[in-house]
Ligand binder design. Structure first.
Ligand code: SF4
Length: 506
């Protein structure tokens, strides 16, 4: 990486999510961040589709921040504009971080003179106490990245505390899901170098008596337990979930016999596992078909005897089949989200009997979700990678679903259209998906929501067009519609446009 000899200031004031991405990228490249941005472009490709070349999502840095905050004995420090840091800390605490977020503030002067980097270095030294921390993570947000604040020049370790600096700009990392991979990948890389250099400390909960399967992607806490039970007949155990909850688990993760890319967008992390010589298996044990294929693929990748793979399948598939039959789902559904597990949920819905027409995911197409995509398309489902809000809404209009599962904005639109809806993140991601537990649990919440149409109809009938169009807002009196004002303004605008045109022709 080229280290700049001085920090190049991007206009500190007014540079934000809405600033020209190309301008920010060009500034970052000129300031020595070109290699990082090129790597991100390879890892997290976006499709060119006019104004929406990346999905609408929250600030991507939230993904990295969340991974850092969830790790024990890890401090996470942000370097960025105060407004960005305010939003990120607010969201962190909204999601129950219960940990302090470090912040190194800057102004135009400290950014221009390079003092910001010195301030970051000072903050890192002040915090690097091995009694409190295994690692300190520093995250450059948009402006410091575009200005080339050189976190790569920080010491790799201070007093035995690992120092990990990453750039997570909104103009380089498309979604917060992929930002989780930026930090997870950086940590795995560090841990791999440590393990290659000599013996490392064993984690507290290490499984020592069986080969393990590392699970890549955040999941509901009961899922790794269920996966462990499914793997047991093959002589395998569930290993750590990456992103991990403590530093030492990274060593166990790298030591797994196989890596299961449950979430398929962890490209940087997969690069580290491949460098450690671990085979990667995509998809997940969801539904009957998904579980059968996954157990087969994991067993083969771990060189398990065919008879044991057959036994593992025999033990779990009838139970999944029974759970699906016990709680069928009937109804037309569209589904979208930005977690990375959308295709897995879609498979489970189809196997439960749902008439699923569309699945949109903010994540990119990778090899690790290819089998899920093929399976869904063979069932007639439209699969949209890097789905924008507009595409999700268009699917809702086209397929007229009885239930919409989606992001906040999609759910809001569905409610306005009098259609029952469920938030993907809060209600679908917060329950088991794998094995028999997943089959029963998903059907419960989906069927309850599908049964809500009568309540929506009653509410719509009660409220009528209150709060819609010109009646939106807070009123002290009954709002009087004034369509003549709008018509008059329109006439004046048309007149002005005609006059301008006539003047141009002179
Ligand atoms: S750091 Fe996040 S909130 Fe701040 S400008 Fe970048 S994308 Fe927007």
């Amino acid at each position: 990486m080229n280290a700049p000899d001085r920090i190049i200031p991007i206009a500190a004031e007014g540079a934000a999510c809405h600033s020209g991405k190309e301008q920010m990228r060009a500034a970052a490249a000129a300031a020595g961040k070109g290699d990082t941005l090129q790597q991100y472009a390879r890892d997290y490709p976006v499709e060119a589709k006019g104004p929406h070349d990346q999905p609408q999502s929250m600030c991507p840095a939230f993904g990295s921040l969340r991974v850092g905050l969830r790790m024990r004995r890890t401090m996470t420090i942000l370097s960025g504009s105060a407004c960005c840091v305010y939003g990120l800390t607010f969201t962190s605490h909204f999601y129950g971080a219960r940990r302090s977020v470090g912040y190194v503030p800057f102004n135009s002067e400290t950014l221009v003179t390079g003092k910001l980097f010195e301030d970051i270095r000072e903050a890192v030294y002040a915090q690097a106490d091995p009694a409190n921390y295994d690692a300190i993570v520093i995250i450059n947000l948009c402006v410091p990245t575009a200005s080339g604040v050189p976190l790569q020049l920080l010491p790799k370790e201070i007093n035995g505390v690992r120092i990990i600096g990453i750039d997570v700009p909104g103009f380089g990392v498309p979604t917060h899901a992929e930002a989780k991979d930026v930090l997870a990948g950086a940590m795995l890389r560090y841990a791999r170098a440590e393990a290659e250099a000599g013996p490392v400390a064993a984690p507290k909960n290490r499984v020592a008596d069986k080969p393990t399967v590392t699970l890549l992607g955040e999941m509901f806490p009961a899922d790794p337990v269920g996966i462990g039970m499914m793997l047991a007949p093959m002589g395998l155990a569930a290993g750590p979930v990456v992103p991990t909850r403590e530093w030492r688990e990274l060593y166990s993760a790298l030591d797994g016999r196989v890596v299961a890319a449950i979430h398929p967008f962890y490209t940087a992390s997969i690069r580290e596992f491949e460098a450690a010589g671990r085979p990667i298996v995509g998809s997940a044990p969801v539904g009957v078909d998904g579980t059968a294929d996954w157990l087969e693929a994991i067993g083969r990748a771990a060189n398990v005897e065919a008879s044991l793979i057959g036994e593992a399948k025999q033990r779990v598939l009838p139970a999944i089949q029974a759970a699906l039959a016990r709680t069928p789902i009937t109804g037309r559904i569209t589904l979208s989200g930005y977690e990375g597990s959308e295709l897995l949920v879609a498979r489970l819905l189809i196997e439960s009997g749902a008439d699923l027409r569309y699945v949109g995911t903010a994540c990119p197409k990778t090899a690790w979700s290819a089998a899920d995509c093929q399976w869904l398309e063979a069932k007639g489902v439209q699969v949209q990678y890097r789905a924008s809000l507009e595409q999700d809404l268009a699917a809702m209009r086209e397929y007229q679903p009885q239930l919409v599962i989606g992001t906040t904005s999609v759910v809001q639109a569905a409610k306005q259209a009098n259609t029952p809806s469920l938030y993907f993140t809060n209600l679908i991601s917060a329950r088991p998906l794998m094995g028999p537990a997943g089959a029963g649990s998903l059907a419960q919440v989906v069927n309850a929501a599908l049964g809500n149409q009568a309540r929506f109809d009653a509410m719509s009938a009660f409220f009528g067009d209150t709060g819609k169009g010109d009646r939106a807002g807070v009123w002290e009196d009954t709002p009087q519609l004034r369509p003549e004002f709008r018509a008059d303004t329109r006439r004046q605008l048309e007149k002005a446009a005609k006059k301008r045109k006539a003047e141009e022709m002179i």
